[in-house]
Write a protein of this length. Structure first.
Length: 293
């Protein structure tokens, strides 16, 4: 692309079609789009290829001719707790009816939602955002959002409770209120949160979370779930964790070292949590009862 064209986007990220058409013909614009040198995220605006979320939002500002606030998953991502990652932009209509939903664009009406600036963009407040997202999810996923919100440092238990009161009467708020008692920022992934909720619902004695154990060689290992008195460990075993040979070797070494110290290690997979729940609970309870006897 010619430097003069690229310069148009410098510091702005997005430009209106009319401005681009002053220096390029419609045929040339179509050619640049076809060849992957130019991108049209929304009708009437252009960006360079692979625009960031912020550049897409700047383009949307041009479409709306107004500053477009963000909410739901887009807001959560700005705070670091977007556990669902649906790939869509979630925005609040700056003027009712001004923006229309499109592929990968979800337009919301959020009268009365508390807003704050995050990196220059109006964004629903973090506690409000967490509760709003949790209301739309089944409990096993909602707990992951609440845990991640606390872990991000942008939310607090009191703030979440206040946001839940502000959203009283809205769909899904009843189950979210029940989950707030169990929200815990120590869970480090949505699946760990889902596992912990399974333990709670099944009456499994509460484990320590993210506890550390020093092996015989002085290496300190952190484990997901620990029943110390029973010398029992539960480790969530994700597909991502085994993304390479080095990670797999480290995981096997960890298990071997812990077993060498007299710990029983139970691996937990997504199938255990979602397809074989009763078997997983029975396996853990059997170990706990055996040690108690």
């Amino acid at each position: 692309m010619h430097p003069s064209i690229r310069a148009l986007f410098h510091g702005r990220g997005a430009i209106r079609a009319g401005e681009l058409q002053e220096i390029l013909s419609a045929k040339r614009i179509s050619s640049l789009i076809r060849d992957g040198h130019l991108h049209r995220p929304w009708h009437g605006v252009y960006t360079l290829p692979n625009p960031t979320v912020e550049i897409q939002l700047r383009a949307l500002d041009l479409v709306a001719d107004a500053h477009v606030p963000v909410c739901m998953g887009t807001a959560a991502a700005s705070y670091g707790f977007d556990t669902e990652r649906d790939g869509a932009l979630h925005v609040i209509n700056p003027v009712p009816g001004q923006l229309r939903p499109r592929p990968n664009l979800v337009v919301h009406q959020r009268l009365g939602a508390p807003l704050r600036y995050v990196d220059g963009r109006l964004t629903t407040a973090p506690d409000w955002t967490a509760i709003e997202i949790a209301r739309t999810l089944r409990p096993s996923r909602a707990i992951g959002t609440l845990d991640a919100a606390l872990r991000s440092g942008h939310c607090s238990p009191g703030g979440l409770r206040h946001a839940a009161r502000m959203q009283a009467g809205r769909r899904g708020i009843v189950h979210v209120r029940g989950l707030l008692t169990h929200a815990d920022g120590r869970s480090e992934s949505p699946m760990e949160s889902e596992t912990r909720l399974l333990f709670i619902d099944s009456g499994v004695p509460a484990p320590e979370l993210q506890a550390t154990i020093c092996d015989r060689y002085g290496t300190v290992w952190r484990v997901d779930f620990l029943w110390r008195s029973a010398r029992l460990i539960g480790e969530y075993d994700s597909d991502e964790w085994h993304s390479g040979p080095a990670a797999m070797r480290k995981d096997k070494l960890k298990t071997a070292r812990l077993q060498e110290c007299g710990w029983t290690v139970i691996p937990i997979t997504v199938d255990d949590i979602r397809r074989h729940r009763d078997e997983l609970v029975a396996r853990i309870n059997t170990h706990l009862r055996h040690h108690a006897a």
